[in-house]
Ligand binder design. Sequence first.
Ligand code: TRP
Ligand code: ZN
Length: 897
Amino acid sequence: MLRTDTPVTVYRKDYTPPAFAIDHVDLVLDLDPQRTVVTSTLKIQRTGTADAPLVLAGEELELVGVRLDGQPFSGVKQDGDSLTLTGLPGTGTLEITTACNPAANTTLSGLYVSNGNFFTQCEAEGFRRITYFLDRPDVMTTYRVTLRADRAASPVLLSNGNLLSQRDLPDGKHEAVWEDPFRKPSYLFALVAGKLERIEQTIVSASGKQKLLQVWVEPQDLDKTRHAMDSLVHAIRWDEQRFGLELDLDRFMIVAVGDFNMGAMENKGLNIFNTKYVLANAQTATDVDFANIESVVAHEYFHNWTGNRVTCRDWFQLSLKEGLTVFRDQEFSADMMGSESGRAVKRIEDVRVLRQVQFPEDAGPMAHPVRPDSYEEINNFYTVTVYEKGAEVVRMYQTLLGRDGFRKGMDLYFQRHDGQAVTCDDFRAAMADANGRDLKQFGLWYSQAGTPVVTVKTAWDGASGTLTLTLSQRCPKVGIETRAGMPDKQPFHIPFALGLIDAEGNDLPLQREGEPKAGASTRVLDFTQAEQTFRFINLPRGGKAPLPSLLRNFSAPVVVDYEYSDAELTFLLSHDTDAFNRWEAGQRLATRALLHLVADVQANRELKLDPALVSAFRSVLTDGALNPAFREQALMLPAEAYLAERMGVADPTAIHRARLFLREGLARTLKAEWLAAYEANATPGEYSPDADSMARRALRNLALGYLADSGDADMQALADRHYQQSDNMTDRFAALSALVNSFAPGREHALADFYERFEDDALVIDKWFSLQGMQRGEVGPHAGKRTIDTVRALMQHPAFNLRNPNRARSLIFSFCSGNPAQFHAEDGSGYAFWADQVLALDAINPQVAARLARVMDRWQKYEMPLRERMRAALERVAASSTLSRDVREIVSKALSA
Ligand code: TRP
Ligand code: ZN
């Protein structure tokens, strides 16, 4: 494991091109769990100055030997994590032999063993744990890979590209040779070796070529691969149609592994996935799992063009591939919903994540621009800002340029940069040049951090029918921007979509001052100044001002500050033609009501249910014309973490009490309506993960959750029946959650039954741990029971294992970040647990430990004494003398903020 005493900061401004190019690499790997020997033969060519040394990166490697053009080479110096070669000629063939220990590699970066099989993970800097190399994305080359391994232990040998040959060797070994015809950076290298089986199918691509598609898994999981394969085929077709992009290889493989740090990895032609994003069947996966698999399979496939064919010049440009690819997978999933209302639901889900997770990141100690300027550990910058806010930035191009204009920009991007390692500026230039647009100011979205707040003021002149909107934007410095010497921030170029609605709820055709006649009813304003005025003329004269529907479809990642009245929000909730803003109006109403309740809890006042909110909820719940999936989104209360961000000083206990009060109140008051929705949305017949059935199950199971929270015995019995009679995981898990969280009498029995049924299925057992990590404490007769005690007890369960990231996440992360009220227990027990687990995990897997460390990011936002206790826990971790660079960066930034 890497341990550094002095943190080293890497700066974007320090980028320099490499001193050597690598024309080709030939890798031979003798795979052995304890000692894998790697021989790397590099065709090198000097591209920099004549005396520049070649400095290769390598970690945790045993150097066996170095040869130049067939002769032993002595100009080699090994220090720390680099190998410096001096006195090299202009061109030559370098042969480097090293050894590593995959079985001992618990970091899951580089070459490692999982359940007896070999896997690699090279992004961002894992290739250097396999061999010494110019391990940076702007060094692209072709790879030929020879894998040798024990035939019985590793019957399957896979790597990138095409299989050239396979043969048996003496001593029970065998060999496979793979060649990837495309030049690629080292982070896209992959190999897999072990006992795996596949499903496969061939398809004919748009231009008529045969393609072999495979999904590789452990033998017992073969019956859970169909959905991943279907998703892959859909993704391939979609990219052909929407972007004219075809699969460029003859063979495309997906492999699932149970030990994996992230979701999945887009290695060229050999995508490696966390089992969580591959394996699914009706009995073991929920509708949400099915949807996630579809989206992650598509995401990795889409990287083949946005990431692999055109890659990043350096890691500061990460959003070039990630923001763009998330945008593409979001659009794909929206199209797969098959309806306009389905598209809106997908948009709502994506914005919910952005606001719940990215906005806080952008306001905390780790705040960074979409294209960061510095990092200590690059793995810490695979963030919601780079991914999800990056996707919003890409979406804004499409909003500004239109779908066709965006497509022109994409075409030009590939025309210019296919086969290259480029920057976010290159992408922006392609968008600008293809459309003849000036996008200079738009570049600020890449360089400035923080969430802009847009304040809207309206002035209505009824006599002339003129509505004047004054928009102003502010975005104070955050995180690193607050340090001395950092430049002042400039106004963003914000595409601000809006509509105006009349008293009957109709969209008005809009005519801006200076336009000859009225046009479309939704307009995208180019809002580019600190304060700017927009005027709409020839609106119906006399009467009341039209009601503005602001930031339609969430056209920019900003906060809109506008004082709607409750009545206006209720009106928008039932009338806005923009489905996103209908949802938004409901969320604003609920947030307002909840924040009032929180204040009441804090002041020890009696809590009262707001009748206006109840009736707004009733209208949505009983409106059979609305897509059930939309209703589910609209009836879901804002998350506790979201509410915490909306408070000046966060009080997690009061938030929890207030939210639970509202939930129980809505459950009791609307019991008949919830029950009717429950009955009306059954999905008889065999389970099917189609959009319509998923929507019905979502609403039905939401209703069940509310009903169980009413505390009524008959409703808890209903949850019990729902559990017993379910024929799919969506229903079964929803019922289990309802039973567990409402402390229903059937709770313990159902938990035990669930464990027994699925004991052999790791992903389902993860759900079982996770549900218990997130369970409420102190409800009714269980008042005073702390979830931390359950969590600590579950850490001792024979099925718990800290080394497996999915399992660690299922219990520890679900408690620390999915259960705010219990995690922030006043006695500090949650924080002590956090510190224990960060330190324990850091000794095993720094990447996973650093993710857990981020739970404390917002410590300064909490009330006393929580804030002080959080700081103490952070300091305890920071004081450790053996911290990884990963965790050190997170805790030191948190403490110095
Ligand atoms: N590039 C991957 C994706 O977005 C992310 C990823 C997978 C990753 N594994 C990783 C990033 C390990 C850092 C470390 O699809
Ligand atoms: Zn990605």
